[in-house]
Design a protein around this ligand. Structure first.
Ligand code: ZN
Length: 276
């Protein structure tokens, strides 16, 4: 699963390359839309919503459609000069959009579909408040999360119906910053608002180019030189010393066994006691 910051960056790159451009050719390599041709339509904007990408296009008679895509595990959008050589295998392309200025190719996308823009809610209407959206509403996100007090905080943070934009990296990092074991139930988390604010600040700090770094300091925690090199507080650092207390970081699994939400968690057993 991508993190919200990756989707935000992709949307911004696609928007820069395509907005205002007339499509000269389109190729939807998914059965349902294989015959759809949007040549002559104009790309109005590309916007992220949680982990979903929405490309809004305008056609004749002011018709408006939205090309909806989701990167899921392996997906990627790349922008090339017109006719440029692709850096990924052609058979993995799921959507090709050509303009006079650039070609955009979506590879291995988890979802590609086209809906009327007026019907976008059928795709993203279920999402909770967007951590990177203009209308971020922490009270509403907290209300949704607290509605299921027995759910582990680490599971609730990944549930995009609660709040949109957090993937596995940010949920692990935000739980660490709050000193909360990700398996702790919601009811035991004392300050959900601060935890969400930390996640939002880490996401926002990673909207620019370059490697993702979450060893940042939203709340006065000292960040040493070694910490900066580590990149993350706990994510992906099994057996390595905790940047705060030197205890080896542990890895575990959270979520229903075999379920879609079953994912690795990383935590410091010393700094993040299991609350109950
Ligand atoms: Zn620690």
């Amino acid at each position: 699963m991508p993190e919200g910051d990756s989707v935000w960056r992709v949307a911004s790159q696609l928007h820069k390359a395509l907005s205002g451009q007339k499509l000269t050719g389109t190729d939807f390599r998914v059965p349902r839309f294989a015959t759809l041709n949007l040549a002559g339509w104009t790309v109005e904007e590309v916007v992220p919503r949680g982990k979903h990408l929405l490309m809004r296009v305008q056609g004749p008679d002011d018709q408006k459609l939205t090309i909806h895509s989701h990167l899921k595990m392996e997906g990627a959008w790349q922008v090339y000069p017109p006719g440029g050589r692709w850096r990924k295998p052609g058979f993995t392309a799921r959507c090709v959009l050509r303009t006079a200025a650039a070609d955009a190719v979506g590879f291995s996308l988890g979802i590609v579909e086209v809906v009327r823009t007026a019907d976008e809610d059928s795709i993203v209407g279920h999402l909770g408040p967007d951590l990177l959206g203009a209308g971020w509403d922490p009270a509403e996100a907290e209300r949704r999360i607290r509605a299921a007090p027995d759910v582990p905080i680490g599971v609730a943070l990944l549930d995009q119906r609660n709040l949109a934009g957090i993937g596995n990296i940010y949920r692990c990092e935000a739980c660490f910053l709050s000193g909360v074991h990700p398996a702790s139930p919601i009811s035991a988390v004392p300050d959900l608002r601060t935890l969400m604010t930390d996640a939002k600040q880490l996401l926002e700090a990673n909207l620019g180019p370059g490697r993702r770094v979450t060893v940042l300091n939203p709340r006065g925690m000292p960040v040493g030189r070694m910490a900066g090199r580590a990149g993350h507080w706990v994510y992906g650092r099994e057996h390595q010393p905790c940047l705060k207390c030197r205890t080896p970081i542990r890895r575990g699994v959270l979520g229903k066994p075999g379920g879609e939400e079953e994912r690795n968690i990383y935590f410091c057993p010393q700094c993040q006691p299991l609350l109950s």
